[in-house]
Design a protein around this ligand. Structure first.
Ligand code: ADP
Ligand code: MG
Length: 449
């Protein structure tokens, strides 16, 4: 017996503690032998769990060289998407926003944020150069499940028309001035606060980016060049794809079972809607194949999207010695009554792998944009300052995601890191929409006179 155990000790390296417990129990007779056999089986399962963890980590790996390839690919795809319609999976949509806010805008505006999981109403009073934003209030209503379940085109189709009709019905004298993509809105809001803002990124339920492009660098644009010489491009970067993306079988399954298979692959590796779901899928497989939670598979683990990214963030951020938060989340969400510390540690490890990958890939995407603009390196020691405005609760509240993303951008930029600033711009999109409505209504005024 002891010999066998000693072999186990040698072979299993990290599992010494587990076997040592068996040694002391084994001297107590037959019952102890049974116990030991069970424990040895558990050790085998545990070894399997560790092997699955290691394999997942390797498949998700994003070393710096790979991230440079992703950044290069992003920049190449940007060129292709600007060259011709359908030239890339990146749509690179021309937003027709060729003038960003200057600060002169005035008036009272309401911005409705219809995207994602919440419905936000913002009231923005703009006071011109002197007074800037006088008032900015936000009311948030969660979108009812039945509305959420509707296809996105129900909400996207002629929103302006429907909204106008609805307001006429209740006798509201409000004119719908503009329908603005949230990323473009964030860019406008960011620019209003800081003239150095050149790009905006959304990291919330989904992910997207917009940036200011030189109009002559948009071959697919055949109209008159705008006076400003600039055009905001809505990249729709969630749909970015490259063979350099570390796609695992969990990602493939998630994609295949999603509402939009083969689309938004980059978004499915990064954004808040999916990070928790990737975690659920890995945990489910580990429960089935390596008895991560003991002899049974928690049935709730089989329910898609039951693990939400905010819960994942709470587990990832748990700093208590016994990982109490992790234990409670497993109990409350998955109905796992008692989880062992080593299981909790695996959960945290998985959170880290999934979130780091997402943060690394979004960092590479941002560096790709900077590369396209030629500001990812310092040229002749020239100094400049460029700001990327970021909005979205994933970036705002998932601290480990945010720190990891910012650190990776610095690492990828090297010497040029000092000239690039990543700035949180919460509610930037609502304020930005109000600002764009303001500049748009100036044109409407001209038209009517
Ligand atoms: P939207 O993207 O829908 O416009 P938000 O920017 O508020 O709205 O993002 C909401 C998403 O952000 C949620 O779906 C969730 O995935 C993620 N999120 C919200 N809070 C947190 C949090 N504390 N930690 C991690 N992710 C969060
Ligand atoms: Mg939003």
């Amino acid at each position: 017996m002891y010999k066998k155990i000693q072999i186990l000790l040698v072979k299993m390296g990290k599992l010494v503690v587990c076997v040592a417990v068996v040694c002391t129990a084994a001297v107590c007779g037959a019952a102890a032998v049974l116990l030991m056999m069970r424990r040895m089986k558990n050790c085998g399962e545990w070894g399997k769990a560790m092997a699955m963890l290691k394999e997942f980590e390797e498949k998700c790996a994003t070393p710096v060289e790979k991230l440079r390839q992703v950044a290069d690919a992003m920049s190449v795809e940007m060129h292709a998407g600007l060259a011709s319609e359908g030239g890339s999976k990146l749509k690179m949509l021309i937003s027709y926003v060729d003038n960003l806010p200057t600060g002169d805008e005035q008036g009272l505006f309401y911005a409705l944020d219809l995207g994602g999981t919440n419905f936000r109403v913002m009231r923005v009073q703009l006071g011109g150069k002197e007074n800037r934003i006088v008032k900015h209030e936000v009311k948030e209503v969660s979108i009812p499940q039945n509305v959420m379940a509707g296809s996105s085109s129900d909400v996207g189709q002629d929103v302006v028309g429907e909204l106008t009709k609805a307001m006429e019905r209740v006798d509201l004298d409000v004119r719908v001035a503009a329908l603005v993509n949230d990323t473009v809105g964030t860019l406008a809001g960011g620019r209003y606060n800081n003239p150095d803002v050149i790009a905006a990124v959304i990291l919330g339920t989904g992910t997207n980016a917009a940036y200011v492009e030189r109009a002559h660098a948009i071959p697919k644009w055949h109209g008159l060049l705008p006076k400003s010489g600039e055009m905001v491009i809505n990249m729709e970067w969630g749909n970015f794809h490259s063979t350099h993306l570390p796609v695992t079988e969990y990602d493939q399954n998630l994609d295949a079972e999603s509402l939009n298979p083969a689309e938004q692959i980059y978004e499915k590796m990064i954004s808040g809607m999916y990070l928790g779901e990737i975690l659920r899928r890995v945990l489910c497989r580990m429960a089935e194949e390596a008895s991560l939670f003991g002899d049974y598979v928690p049935q709730r683990l089989k329910i898609p999207f039951i693990l939400r990214t905010p819960d994942m963030a709470a587990m990832h951020h748990d700093e208590s010695a016994d990982l109490k938060v992790v234990g409670n989340k497993l109990k409350d969400i998955l109905e796992v009554p008692n989880s062992t510390l080593k299981t909790r540690k695996i959960v945290v490890e998985l959170c880290d792998i999934i979130t780091s990958r997402g943060a690394h890939l979004s960092a590479a995407g941002i560096v790709g944009i900077l590369k396209k603009l030629g500001i990812d390196t310092l040229k002749n020691g020239e100094k400049h300052r460029s700001v990327v405005a970021v909005d979205g609760a994933l970036f705002e509240h998932y601290t480990k995601f945010r720190n990891c993303m910012e650190g990776t951008i610095k690492e990828l930029l090297g010497d040029a890191a000092d000239s690039i600033v990543i700035e949180l711009s919460s509610d930037g999109s609502g304020v930005g929409a109000a600002l764009l409505a303001a500049s748009h209504s100036q044109y409407l005024g001209l038209d009517e006179s």
